[in-house]
Write a protein that binds this ligand. Sequence first.
Ligand SMILES: [Zn+2]
Length: 421
Amino acid sequence: METTMKNLIFAAMATVTLAGPCYAGTWVGGGGEFNMDSQNPWFVQNTTTIKACVLVDAEHFHLPPYANTDPNRYLQGVIHVAFKYWQDELAVGTRWFRQDKNAPTVGTQDLEFGPCADDTDLRFQFGTLSKAQQAAFRDQGQDPRKFVSLAVRTDYDRIHLKGKGFIYVTADSGPLRPTNVTMMPQPWAHGEARLIKVLAHELGHVFGLQHTKRLDRYDSDLMSSGFPAVMVKPADPDEDEVINGSGIPVFFSVNHRADGSICPDASDPNWAAVVSFLNLSTVPACLNITRTDDNIEISTTNQSGERQALLGSLHLDLGKMWPTDLSPAITIWLPPDQTVFTPQSSDPHQIVAILASYMQTAEYRDARSNMRRRMLVTIAPEGDNNNVYGLTDDGQMLDLTHISDGRNADGISGPVIKLAK
Ligand SMILES: [Zn+2]
């Protein structure tokens, strides 16, 4: 697939609607003029330190018991985990631009906590909004109680490309408790996993990410608009791992480990081709696909998903994978009066971070014979999943989709190996 910079820029200009369970917005003054910079990252690399502060209403924002000796310190620690996540992920997403001093990049700052003051860049507000903020929501026709969390840019310095604002995470009780969200009791009191992920979502907005369409198929995707609401939903065993699992789903980087089982529908004609590719005599009951770093193993499993016989493996050379399916994830509109960068083109829109998949020709080695087959393998970062698909040497599409959780592209558990001419 050929992707030119021009296409990328064009795609980046598609409008993004900001609605749904997460509110991310800008308060603009001066009669509500359309601000081209309204989706800009709040900070680019000329800002080296983000001055932050924490406010918490402990009465209406219940923390785990062990956090109560020093709630502010606990919350700073939680924020740091989410912040560090984006430093690492954005290093991947912006690596195309980092060497160019005229290219804006994000995620390079340190976060420094102090008391909330006039020069604070980013306020983290847990269960608390000032009277003035509540009035500002009303003026904008918004009600903060409709959202689990919010990121609001309140000021933007167009000369220095620097924003100011706050992230709010909802109270669990009291007058600010959500009215339109199904929320478990005291969601923040069960440990930090939920709060870290909600903060990661909102910090994504601070760094300039909008709600993603590509990843929006599941509310369990980090930057989908429904993600914060999923984090506070009453317990659902299917989502328990997404919510309580240790890590934040990857965004720009690719998991190096993934593991999933699939049980095919034997009547699906595509399976004849899978059977042929894998050198089998019959359609297997279930298959397991496990990726560990540079190795993808395909095995048969029993109905409970336990691996039985190894069928074969694909070996990747991770150093030689090339990027494909590039799409802009963060863009910036450079105001004409900014003094930070010398624009490289007359188009004020610049791409800041790119989402990419990775591709490589790999050899499938049958474990039971000397058979070798070549296949073009594509690995795409999609949350906790590894999308592994590609083209076999005889021109067939082999799609080992969502191998970590066995869902296919439509979000349905079931057959996910597809072969089509
Ligand atoms: Zn959001």
